[in-house]
Design a binder for this molecule. Structure first.
Ligand code: 3HC
Length: 277
């Protein structure tokens, strides 16, 4: 099986890393050669660490080719999109992919909170479109939500499910409802956490300690929003709020202000906390 990944940012690079680790021929696309090379370096680094720690015996980085051309996905059996979380660019990309990929290729989106059905509406063969929603950091988090859109075929859905298993993940089946399963619960919960910061006048450190040591979370909510990206979280929150109109879904003002100020979390070096680059 040959896998394509569109967008080698945090999520896309993590997904491409999983495909290489699983021994699959992988094509990754970025907008510039430089960004492609940077992602390749990161993937190589993490896989080398896994060999050093004895978690894997070896890997073959030559399975990964990077490109700037969508036409290089022509031989792929499954293409996973992990570009910016906006509907129009995703719809444009899927229309382009449909033109270059073979008729049986499955087109999957890693969207967090947009409608897979609306993305599929951009192509004339929506049966081949499904959601494959990975969690951040993709190489470490076991879950993948396999999302059935309104017109997804059983074949496309099963192919995506089997690919997730090949990547060593724990896939679950769900439908194209806002936020699917985990984000429907997690996003309003994280929004509550951020609102509690102001209401209860606690520091991010104390709130994080509270949820880690009192509720058994592996990392605190402020650390987690920093990891996910403040902008990504705000976008996903807005998408859920737009669809469900529940006040808890709306992004808290504090997060919107942080996103506008460029405090995006780990990737920008500063969010609730500061990070060395
Ligand atoms: N690939 C491979 N290895 C990686 C990596 C990557 N991309 N990123 C980090 N690692 C490595 C680290 O470098 C480290 O290796 P080292 O020993 O060589 O330094 C190793 O993995 C373990 O890292 P940590 O010590 O940080 O691992 P922890 O045991 O602390 O676990 C965690 C980290 C799995 C992230 C854990 O803290 C956790 O489960 N946090 C919660 C994360 C979560 O909830 N994610 C979901 C967010 S919601 C989402 O994604 C939805 C989206 O739609 C918004």
């Amino acid at each position: 099986m040959k896998v394509g990944v569109v967008g080698l940012g945090t999520m896309g690079a993590g997904i491409a890393q999983l495909a290489v680790e699983a021994g699959l021929e992988t094509v990754g696309r970025e907008v510039t050669d430089e960004l492609g090379e940077k992602a390749r370096g990161r993937i190589d680094h993490f896989l080398t660490r896994k060999v050093e720690k004895g978690q894997i015996e070896s890997y073959d980085i030559s399975l990964l080719s990077t490109t700037t051309e969508v036409s290089d996905f022509s031989e792929c059996d499954v293409v996973i999109e992990a570009i910016v979380e906006e509907l129009d660019p995703k719809r444009e990309l899927f229309a382009e992919l449909e033109k270059v990929c073979g008729p049986d290729a499955v087109l999957a989106t890693n969207t967090s909170a947009l409608s897979v059905t609306e993305i599929a509406g951009a192509v004339s063969t929506p049966e081949r479109v499904v959601g494959m929603h990975f969690f951040n950091p993709a190489p470490l988090m076991p879950l993948v939500e396999i999302v059935r859109a309104e017109r997804s075929s059983d074949e496309a859905f099963d192919t995506a499910f089997e690919l997730a298993e090949k990547l060593g993940k724990h896939p679950i089946r769900c439908h194209d409802t806002p936020g699917f399963v985990v984000n429907r619960v997690l996003i309003p919960l994280l929004n509550d956490c951020v609102r509690v910061l102001d209401e209860a006048r606690v520091t991010p450190e104390d709130l994080d300690a509270g949820m880690k040591h009192g509720a058994g979370w592996p990392m605190g909510p402020c650390e987690l929003v920093d990891l996910v990206g403040i902008d990504v979280h705000v976008n996903a929150s807005e998408a859920l709020w737009e669809k469900l109109r529940e006040p808890r879904m709306a992004p808290p003002a504090r997060l919107v202000a942080m996103a506008n100020a460029g405090l995006l979390g780990r990737k920008s070096g500063r969010g609730f906390y500061s990070y060395d680059s």
